[in-house]
Write a protein that binds this ligand. Structure first.
Ligand code: NOJ
Length: 556
């Protein structure tokens, strides 16, 4: 398999607003990032991905950009960004920017121009259409906020927004828009940035004629843009005209994309992206979106991981993640807060010992869990507000929806990082923009540093094991117990070198019998989330959420 730096990378995601406040205004910023670069490096991280840092009205916390070539004053300025970039590079870490070009903010100067008249050269930067009588141009619903069309009286036209109203979709069919995208890429790459995480990049091409979609409670019409007709063509253009000139890494966020589509975009010499942020494995406890919760199913999760591992191996590359700013905390979902340490470590083992590039989201490495707000008025996100309307429409009470939001909202991942047990979790010296999880007195970086048995120190150990091994970086993957109801067990193999990974998803003891001819007494125990690992050759008892990794060297 061809080697590449990104295949051996460990990527740490910073959602800047909640990472660390360096200037005491209650909002995370680049000063704060600068302070923590050594900490990030100490995890074994080799690249940082920044969620959007650009000027923005923050209607979707930065995913609504008003200026692509600058830094949001709340976070710092270009000079400070360069300091962070240099600081990361000096420590051997790359920097990846979020590139959000499916849409802009409605406060972007392009959109303001486009509102002026139908003849304005920027009008065609966006997707404007006449209505059908008094109705919008089609039946599409947005992902975030009711209908996908917003009417403008002066122009007597509607603009398309598949996300919030304040996020008008760009018209990527306009070659001038594509030139703008290339110019944005060029701007950051020339400054020394090493790549992009491309936000909902698979949505940029809409079906010609914008036909009606299959009616759904949200996102009606999605089948007409989730992998549109010109997607490959536009991404190829970006790669050929701009990205190839730099040693640039590209990871594309791709909701509703299966492993087959992934091969189209990320394999072969003409691949347009290096890997995808897929969603299949994040749907083991929900239906379509996180908000529609169903009981966790190990089988669903396993099937998703297995499919991506098996279909991509040797052809394309996986992004391995369990958390980001769009999902609740993983221990509260697939793990168990009562076994926070055990399940936090087990989940990391389960995910990051697979083949692909680990992505770690801020706070995940100390086992942060979901928050529990006491009133809906404390929430901050457009998605929570929209879901509130939807759930109420379906007859849910305020109290019932509060429970749902506390369990399923992405805001669970957006509480400030808990650095120590001082006021506000050491995130800021003043009241932060969003509430700190009250458990910060116990769950925080300072505590975790002191505890050799912490989730944090386990992450460090795990990443070291992984990074120093060709087997874990490039070895083949095979699920060995594809039907087990409690245990996820797989092997990694490279020639005759092997590893056996055993992860229990049970909150009680269970019995593990080795598959094939694996002998636990002959293996070297590389990782375990309990202090000891008693075993006979072919059988052992697994404690709640136990994880073990056994190593079998090359046969001589
Ligand atoms: C995906 C981003 O990760 C999410 O946070 C954002 O709200 C939407 N795209 C819209 O940009």
């Amino acid at each position: 398999m061809a080697k590449d730096w990104y295949k051996e990378a460990v990527i740490y995601q910073i959602w800047p607003r909640s990472f660390k406040d360096g200037n005491g205004d209650g909002i995370g910023d680049l000063e704060g990032v600068l302070e923590k670069l050594d900490y990030i490096k100490s995890l074994g991280v080799t690249a940082i991905w920044f969620s959007p840092l650009y000027p923005s009205p923050q209607a979707d916390y930065g995913y609504d950009i008003a200026d692509y070539k600058n830094i949001c004053p709340e976070y710092g300025d270009l000079e400070l960004f360069k300091k962070v970039l240099d600081g990361a590079h000096e420590r051997g870490m790359k920097v990846i920017m979020d590139l959000v070009v499916n849409h802009t903010s409605d406060e972007h100067p392009w959109f303001k121009e486009s509102l002026k008249s139908k003849d304005n050269p920027y009008h065609d930067y966006y997707i404007w259409r006449r209505g059908k009588g008094k109705r919008p141009p089609n039946n599409w619903l947005s992902m975030f906020e009711g209908g996908a069309w917003e009417y403008n009286k002066g122009l007597d036209e509607y603009y398309l927004h598949v996300f919030a109203k304040k996020q008008p979709d760009l018209n990527m069919d306009n070659p001038k828009v594509r030139e703008e995208v290339k110019s944005i890429m060029d701007f950051w790459l020339s400054m020394g940035v090493d790549g992009f995480r491309e936000d909902v990049i698979t949505f940029i091409s809409k079906q010609d004629g914008l036909p009606n979609g299959f009616p759904l409670p949200i996102a009606t019409g999605i089948e007409h843009y989730k992998h549109g007709p010109h997607l490959l063509e536009y991404l190829t253009e970006f790669r050929k005209d701009t990205l190839e000139k730099h040693d640039c890494f590209m990871v594309g966020e791709s909701p509703l994309t299966g492993a087959k589509d992934a091969l189209e975009l990320t394999s072969g010499k003409d691949k347009v992206l290096d890997m995808l942020i897929s969603f299949d494995h994040m749907q083991a406890d929900c239906f379509m979106t996180d908000t529609v919760a169903v009981p966790f199913s190990l089988n669903r999760m396993r099937k998703a991981f297995d499919t991506w591992q098996e279909k991509l191996y040797g052809k394309a590359w996986n992004a391995l993640y369990l958390e980001n700013h769009d999902h609740p905390r993983i221990i509260s979902r697939y793990g168990n807060e009562k076994f926070r340490k055990e399940s936090g470590k087990m989940l990391a083992t389960m995910c990051y010992m697979q083949c692909g590039t680990p992505f770690i989201y801020q706070g995940q490495e100390i086992g942060m869990v979901n928050n529990n707000l006491s009133s809906l008025s404390e929430f901050k996100d457009v998605v929570t507000f929209n879901n509130e309307k939807l759930f109420k429409k379906f007859g849910f009470s305020e109290e019932q929806y509060l429970k749902i939001a506390n369990k399923t909202s992405r805001e669970n991942a957006r509480t400030p990082v808990q650095w120590d047990s001082s006021a506000y979790g050491g995130f800021s010296t003043t009241e932060p923009w969003f509430s700190v999880n009250p458990n910060y007195t116990e769950i925080n970086v300072e505590e975790a540093e002191k505890d050799p048995d912490s989730i944090l120190n386990y992450y460090r150990k795990l990443l070291k094991v992984r990074q120093n091994s060709e087997l874990f970086l490039y070895g083949a993957f095979k699920d060995l117990l594809p039907k087990d109801e409690k245990i996820y067990c797989y092997e990694r193999t490279l020639g005759t070198e092997k590893a056996l990974i055993i992860c229990s998803f049970s909150d009680t003891m269970c019995t593990f019998r080795t598959p094939g001819d694996y002998d636990l007494e002959k293996g070297e125990l590389l990782l375990c989330n309990y202090p000891d690992a008693p075993a006979k050759a072919h059988i052992c008892a697994l404690r709640p959420y136990e994880a073990r990794v056994y190593y079998y060297p090359k046969e001589k």
